[in-house]
Design a binder for this molecule. Sequence first.
Ligand code: GLY
Length: 323
Amino acid sequence: MLIIASSNGAIGMEHAMRALKSGGSALDAVEIGIRLVEANPEEHSVGYNGYPNILGELELDASIMDGRTLDSGAVALLRGFPYAISVARQVMERELPHVFLAGEGAERFAREIGAEAWDEMLTEAVREAWRKRLAPTRLAQKRLALDLRDLPEDAPLLGLVTMATDSERVVGTVNFIAIDANGEIASGVSTSGWAWKYPGRIGDSPIIGAGNYADSRYGACACTGMGELAIRAGTARSLVVYLKMGMSLGAAAWQAMMDLRDLGGDFIGGMNLIALDRNGEHVGMSSRAGAGYIYQTADMDSYQECEREVVRIPERWGSQARE
Ligand code: GLY
């Protein structure tokens, strides 16, 4: 039994491991671990107190994958329901021939199954951070005291989003991957997406194959960072396919990161992944130095932190290259 997670998963690790030890499945462990991150008031990239989009609205994305069957469930742009990972799991497990629900349909589904709903998701501290971030921008200068939700429906947001978002500090996500007592693997990802994103923007987290993939025969991978990159490169599925082709875990992870170096375009930020194989080997990689991840096996009393290996991806933001 093994669980690996992004570092912000620490708050959920103990309960997730307890679930595995008491006979729970890898899926149970992943859901339990992620729910505790979604409920963490200190966490601003996942769950109810995540940073909102440019209009001050919180839109949550999540996915979960069962490596036994390659079944999966995902939601995107979910509003008013704090536990996006549980709604995603229900998309997978209810009698429904779909994998991925977004926006109003996802909310309707969440209501229909009786998922926990909250009237107010954002705390005043997060609203204040949003106001401060938006204040120096051109449009907000004109409307400083206004709630941007009062903007006319067709107000231009393009320039505003490019100014307000900055890949150095706007992304964050939680990853959990578990192997249970039967050797089955599950993976889950949850996020509030980029802070100050364009409304309707969906990242890699709910996209199976991009930010999340599990196959018990080979292994699993989950991503954090600038989701646009993992969508374009199909990062999580690529890593698992490299395992299937016979690569070692380290080589597969390195290749999945190196694939990101082929991406052109004006906006290239940071990317991170964690992965494990069916033998319980695990790895974390990041395009930036200093990042870690955590893991725990059944015989450990608590989780341990590991450094991620660095695979540099040249970053750029608009016309500006970054070191
Ligand atoms: N990796 C999370 C996101 O880009 O939304």
